[in-house]
Design a protein around this ligand. Structure first.
Ligand SMILES: Cc1cc2nc3c(=O)[nH]c(=O)nc-3n(C[C@H](O)[C@H](O)[C@H](O)COP(=O)(O)OP(=O)(O)OC[C@H]3O[C@@H](n4cnc5c(N)ncnc54)[C@H](O)[C@@H]3O)c2cc1C
Length: 420
């Protein structure tokens, strides 16, 4: 019998797979339980693929309550909460509103920065290890501003905060912006450039990571759902799955937007809402970008991935469902020609919109760490808009926690018990 300590990762999205990698590297016997088949879609696959230390402001930021209320009236707004009589949503909304303070931003921003900067460093290591199989590009990110008003707002707000936190941000005029993307005709007042940001092709990253996990001997239980737990003396003894009961020394909750449902049987309440976003990938774009971009006023992301160009965005808190709201997809399509006059709606004709459900916590910080109630269960979920960026740093932290080592970043604000 193996003397290795065993761990079961519940959920095989980018965060679960990253946890599996760092644990297997440390010598754990790792099993990943994923209800979908190998190669199926997950939230990261259609994402914008940003690795974004520049995203230092949490979603729960000052002014968001007012904006959220205003945007609630319009299903075309970038951030939309579908009004519903649902106790979990109401509690989440209340906790979200409570977090929208300047004090919370001051406390949360360095935590987001550290998780993201660490994530970027680890992606560079993974790129070296895989011969850059996932097209990591260290080109930076441009926040394009159509209007001078937006540029002034970004330079006094995000750019100033980022620079204060040591994340370099350069405010550029239209000419300087054009010089950084010479192949694209843009109609903008300027931009904020974050040289540290990077991007990758998520559809290439996931198979590359699975390849590394196979080399490390990780066991995969594809097409297997977690549907319950067995506890003994406060510890989790086993997880019930559609393929039978599985036992291990440790368990990791990495089920993205489904995490609260997964732990309901353990009487754990984890405030988290699914935030739906959409993307559209143009196979043969009119021109190609070199960097990832944000169309700031419209909150739309643009990322070059190989020869293709992906546009994505919107945050729709409407529960877990697979409904594609065409008016929200249209909002992405409508935004593009405002910044890139050479593009028209015809460029998007026939493209099937992709959607993903971001796991959104009320305070914009992920849940990482052990649960007090069941100390051999560790949370790795709730990364919202930064789950790609933070997947490797989360995996590393989880391996440090399970290995009994001092975490390389403080977990104080990330505790899954913070709303218990
Ligand atoms: C449009 C869009 C653009 C984005 N762009 C970026 C970006 O540029 N940069 C960035 O950092 N982040 C981005 N994100 C966010 C990022 O994609 C997510 O935060 C991240 O993918 C979440 O990963 P996860 O592993 O936590 O969740 P998921 O990918 O949702 O994985 C959870 C897994 O758990 C499985 N599961 C659920 N229930 C069960 C069960 N009962 N039993 C077994 N398995 C189960 C699911 O099948 C799923 O595979 C974007 C998201 C969207 C929607």
């Amino acid at each position: 019998m193996s003397s290795k300590k065993s761990v079961i990762i519940c959920g095989g999205g980018i965060v679960g797979l990253s946890c599996a990698y760092y644990l297997a590297r440390d010598g754990w016997s790792v099993t990943v339980v994923e209800r979908n088949a190998e190669g199926a879609d997950s939230c990261a696959q259609g994402s914008a693929g940003y690795i974004s230390p520049s995203h230092v402001v949490p979603l729960a930021a000052p002014g968001m309550v007012w904006k959220g209320l205003k945007w609630m009236m319009s299903s075309r707004s970038p951030f939309y909460i579908k009004p519903r009589l649902n106790a979990d949503l109401m509690r989440w909304g209340w906790l979200f509103a409570r977090a929208c303070t300047p004090e919370h931003t001051v406390r949360a921003a360095p935590v987001l920065r550290d998780l993201s900067v660490s994530g970027r460093k680890l992606f560079v290591e993974l790129a070296d290890l895989t011969g850059n199989a996932f097209e990591l590009k260290k080109e930076g990110l441009l926040n394009l501003c159509k209007t001078q008003e937006c540029l002034d707002h970004e330079s006094h707000g995000l750019a100033r905060l980022a620079n204060e936190l040591g994340v370099e941000a350069q405010v550029l005029d239209a000419k300087q912006t054009a010089a950084l993307e010479p192949g694209a005709r843009m109609d903008v007042a300027g931009s904020v450039y974050f040289p540290i940001d990077a991007h990758l092709s998520p559809r290439k990253f996931i198979p590359a990571l699975i390849g590394l996990l196979q080399q490390l001997g990780v066991t995969f239980r594809w097409s297997t759902s977690v549907d319950g737990w067995r506890t003994e003396g406060g510890r989790v003894a086993a997880v019930h799955t559609t393929a039978g009961e599985l036992t291990a020394d440790e368990f990791v909750l990495a089920a993205g937007s489904w995490s609260p449902d997964m732990v309901k049987g353990l009487e754990i309440r984890l405030p988290l809402q699914a935030g739906k976003g959409y993307s559209l990938t143009i196979e043969k774009p009119r021109f190609q970008l070199t960097k990832s971009l944000i169309l700031t006023e419209r909150r739309v992301a643009a990322t070059p991935m190989g020869d293709t160009l992906r546009f994505g965005g919107t945050m729709e808190i409407s529960g877990i469902n697979d409904r594609i709201r065409s008016e929200r997809v249209q909002q992405i399509i409508d935004a593009v020609p405002h910044y890139f006059p050479d593009f028209t709606a015809a460029d998007f004709a026939g493209i099937k919109p992709w959607y993903g459900l971001r796991p959104v916590t009320p305070d914009g910080l992920p849940y990482i760490g052990r649960f007090g109630r069941h100390p051999n269960l560790t949370a790795a979920c709730g990364h919202a808009m930064l789950g790609v960026t933070m997947a490797p740093s989360t995996g590393l932290l989880v391996s440090e926690v399970l290995g009994g080592r001092k975490p390389s970043l403080s977990l104080e604000m990330l505790s899954p018990d913070r709303y218990a």
